[in-house]
Structures are given as C-alpha cells and as structure tokens.
Design a protein around this ligand. Structure first.
Ligand code: HEC
Length: 478
C-alpha cells in the first residue's frame, strides 16, 4: 500500500497529473435541477465509442481484408464463443452509439445549447454525427456476406443516380465500377483508419470546448443569450450555485454509462451478433439487401418515393441535413434558448422522428415481404379500360403479382419493378418466368388459364417507361 502511494506521488509529481486534470474534473458545473438526467447522453456516446474502439481492435486482429477471405475469417471468429461475444458487443455497441448520439443531438438542439459561445461545440458535434453514420455504413460491408455486400452495392447504385456527381460518387464508393476486393479494402481503410482518426481529432476539440466553455445551464424561458454579457453572467451563476463536476454531476454519467455497457454486454450474450448470411455472390441478384436497422428507414424511403424523385432525394436529403446542421449555430447563435420560446424546434424534431419511424416501419415490412394491401391499378396507369390489356391488369391484381411487383408506383417491391417490362422482356421471356417462378417468386404453372395468361402478357408488354413518368394520378374518371 505504502509502495503504491509512493509510486503514485512520484508519478503525479513528474507528470503534473492532479495539478492539470484535477481542476478539470472538479470544475464547477451549473446545478441543473429538473433536467439533470438529460446531460448524460454525450458522455454515454463517448462510452459507446470506447467500446467500439476496444472491440474493433480485437476484431481487426483476426479479420482478413480480402474478398476471398473476409467471409471465412468472420466465420472463424464466430466459431469461438469469445469471438461471437466480441462481434455481438461491436454490433450492439454500434447501435447504442447511434441511439445515444441521436439523443444527444436532439437534447442539445431542443435546449438551444448550441448558442453562443458553444457554436463550435455544435459544429464539431455535427462532424462526429456524420462520422458515426459513416462508420455504421462502412462497417456493414465488412461483414462481407450477401446482405452486407448487396447493401453497399445498392447504396452505391443509388449514389450513382445522383445528378452531376453521381458517376464519380458511385465510383468512389465502390473503388471501381463494380464491387469487389478493392471495395472491401477501401471500406476497411475508411472504417479502421480514416474515419476513426477524424473522430479522435473532432472528439478532442469537442471535449476541450466542453470544458473551456463550460456545460450549458438549463434553459429558462425569458432568459435570452446575449453574447456581450453571457460569459460574465455564466461565471457568476457558477460562483453562486455551481457544483463540482466530480463527483456531484459525474456520478450520473458514470451510472448511465455503466447501464449502457451492461445492456450492450447482455444483448451480445443473449441475442448474439447478426448471423452471417451466405458468402457474397455477385451473380445472385435476388438477395434482399437488408440494411442494419438504423439505415432501414432510409432504404425504405428511397425505395418507396416515386422513381423520378429518387435521384434528387438521394443527394438533396443528406445535403439539406448537413446544411441545416451547419446553419443552426450560425443563424441561431443568440436569443432565447428555451424550447418553449422556440416552438418550431419541437415541431421539427417531432416531424423528423415521425418520418423516420414511419419509413422504418415500412422498411421492416415492405421490401422483404409481399405488400398485401396494394390497391388495384387505376385506369390512368393501365391506359385503357377494356380489352386484353385492361383484363391483364386485373389478372395482375387478382393473382397477387402486384403484391411483389410495382407498376408505375403501385404494388410491392419484393420483385423487380415491372413498369418497363415491355421494354426489357419479350412475352416469351415473361411467360417462362411466370411458369417457372424463381427463388422468391411462386410458379404459376397451372394457376392461369390460357386467356388469363395471354391478357397478362399483353398487359406486361404494354408497360413502357413514358418519360418523364407522371406522378401517380389517384383521381380517375368516374
Ligand atoms: C411472392 C412475390 C412474387 C409474386 C407473387 C410474383 N412475383 Fe414475379 N418475381 C418475383 C421476384 C422476387 C422476381 C425476381 C426473380 C429473379 O429473377 O430472381 C420476379 C420476377 C418476375 C419477372 C421477371 C422480371 C425481371 O425483371 O427479370 C416477371 C416478368 C414476373 N416476375 C412476373 C410476375 C407475374 C406476372 C406475377 C403474377 C402472375 C408475379 N410475377 C408474381 C416475385 C414475385
């Protein structure tokens, strides 16, 4: 014991540890009376990130980056109980980090904590949010099974459809024209070196600023931020009723962080890592790319909006979001902080949550299971109201083709979009597919009469892409 104490005194003397870090730990923070627990999400995000660093290093020491071996090396890791648990922790740690950084962002936004003098706190935080999402995206491909592979390919294809920079972007993401070994190396380098390095730099600045500017006091309606007087006022507030961060505020961070760690561990033990699917096979196009849950809503959004708007949403959506994050502290750097005096902030957060939740629910349901509630095709889509084509459209609905196939925006998306079937396939090819079925399509041999088949083929052959495709017209003639 004495020896330890001596050792510590020597260490402290030569490093100045308690002299430099002591004041940081014990610096006064505002006494938040009602909102204390809202302040724990930031430190919990950091905790989740540290979990990811530790388990990530462990995983990378057994992972082989190569299109031939990546999948096998994960199987190898998976074959040990400890390997499974580490993979599980890394997976649920990622989920935790996404949830926590989301909560932290919402908390800071609603409380107006990005206002003077904490604008750069917010901007570095916005960078960290972006990097976290990029980590989640790149990590998924490293699994290098069918699903991870196709998710990245679909994402790159979608990025490739963006106007102007699409080609370049798709090429950049895949490191070539097609997904392959080079793609895997690129994602690995981004996931393991490039993005983490950026995260560390931004995190350092972010934490430094948290200490330098102090933790924001809980907002109060009718107490606007004025950059000329704020610092003096804040200083006085701390003098008057500040409490030392350690231990009076920090215990909540510690407790919450511990809960996060325990939850991640338990989930990893009880649920386990995501199952490895089949190895990727670029020739199997029917694999259903199913992104990890946090991106599900975005995939669903992209697959459900009208095709013509897709290329704009792909590029404009993230850009508008980025622009919003940058402009928030620049345009709103002063004034009222209380959400009660900024009702639009509540509306905005509520609508974003509603949209994400809506598309998330769709994503879980729509693309991977037939859409059983698809309405019959309206006459405006069919084009005619009688004759073989109109009969075929009815068969298309009655026989459930529409559960899985979209025509002009109507129907499910389990199978390929058939809006342009007439451009792509001959009637004989279609008949073959209808009779033989496919991995995810039932065979209709014996299910269709000769007349039904002929009108169905007439209908499908009449499907051409008319550009620009009109948005679905819902009101039709009576
Ligand atoms: C349970 C979902 C499901 C149903 C129901 C279904 N299909 Fe399919 N269909 C698919 C899938 C999945 C594919 C892609 C199969 C593949 O190529 O691997 C497909 C492929 C096709 C193709 C080839 C499209 C292409 O681009 O290669 C045609 C044509 C087609 N289906 C027509 C029909 C018709 C007509 C019906 C109704 C009689 C029907 N399908 C019912 C899921 C379905």
């Amino acid at each position: 014991m004495r020896l330890l104490k001596q050792l510590w005194r020597w260490f402290d003397e030569v490093t100045g540890f308690s002299k430099s870090l002591g004041p940081v730990l014990t610096h006064p923070v505002p006494r938040a009376r009602r909102s204390r627990w809202f302040y724990v999400f930031g430190s919990a995000t950091l905790t989740a990130f540290l979990i990811q660093v530790v388990t990530g290093i462990a995983l990378s020491s057994a992972y082989v980056t190569g299109s031939g071996q990546a999948y096998d090396s994960l199987h190898f890791i998976n074959s040990f109980p400890i390997g499974r648990v580490v993979r599980g922790i890394h997976y649920f740690g990622a989920s935790a980090m996404i949830i926590l950084i989301g909560l932290h962002t919402i908390r800071v936004y609603l409380m107006g904590a990005y206002k003077y003098p904490r604008q750069v706190n917010w901007l570095t935080g916005a960078g960290l949010l972006l990097f976290t999402l990029l980590m989640a995206f790149t990590g998924q491909l490293l699994r290098w099974d069918q699903i991870g592979f196709w998710t990245a390919v679909v994402a790159a294809e979608q990025a490739g459809r963006a106007p102007l920079i699409g080609n370049w972007l798709g090429h950049f993401i895949l490191a070539g024209n097609t997904a392959g070994g080079a793609t895997l190396s690129r994602f690995f380098a981004a996931h393991v070196f490039f993005i983490p390095a950026l995260i560390f730099v931004f995190l350092a600045v972010h934490l430094y600023l948290v200490v330098y500017n102090g933790i924001s006091e809980p907002p109060e309606a009718g107490r606007p931020v004025d950059p000329r007087t704020y610092r003096g006022w804040y200083h006085e507030l701390l003098q008057r009723e500040g409490i030392p961060f350690w231990p009076h505020a920090a215990w909540r961070d510690l407790l919450f962080g511990t809960i996060v760690v325990v939850c991640v561990f338990l989930l990893a033990l009880l649920v386990g890592p995501p199952e490895l699917g089949n190895p990727p096979d670029p020739s199997i196009v029917s694999a259903s790319p199913r992104p990890d849950w946090y991106f599900m809503w975005y995939f669903a959004l992209l697959s459900l909006i009208p095709k013509w708007s897709e290329r704009w949403v792909i590029i404009m959506g993230p850009m508008l979001f980025g622009l919003f994050l940058i402009l928030v502290p620049i345009l709103g750097g002063r004034g009222e902080r209380s959400p009660l005096r900024r009702p639009w902030s509540i509306v905005l957060v509520a609508s974003v949550i509603a949209v994400v939740a809506h598309y998330w629910a769709m994503g879980i349901r729509a693309p991977w299971s037939p859409r059983l509630d698809a309405p019959p095709l309206p006459a405006a889509v069919v084009g005619v109201t009688s004759g073989p084509i109109a009969d075929g459209a009815r068969v298309f609905y009655d026989k459930g083709c529409e559960y899985c196939h979209t025509v002009s925006g109507y129907g499910g998306i389990r199978g390929p979009d058939l809006s342009d079937a007439g451009d792509r396939m001959s009637p004989a090819q279609m008949a073959t597919r209808i009779f033989s079925g496919a991995e995810n399509m039932p065979s209709y041999r014996g299910e269709l009469s000769e007349g039904e088949l002929n009108s169905l083929l007439a209908f499908l052959a009449s499907r051409h892409i008319v550009q620009p495709p009109k948005p679905p017209v819902l009101r039709t003639e009576r």
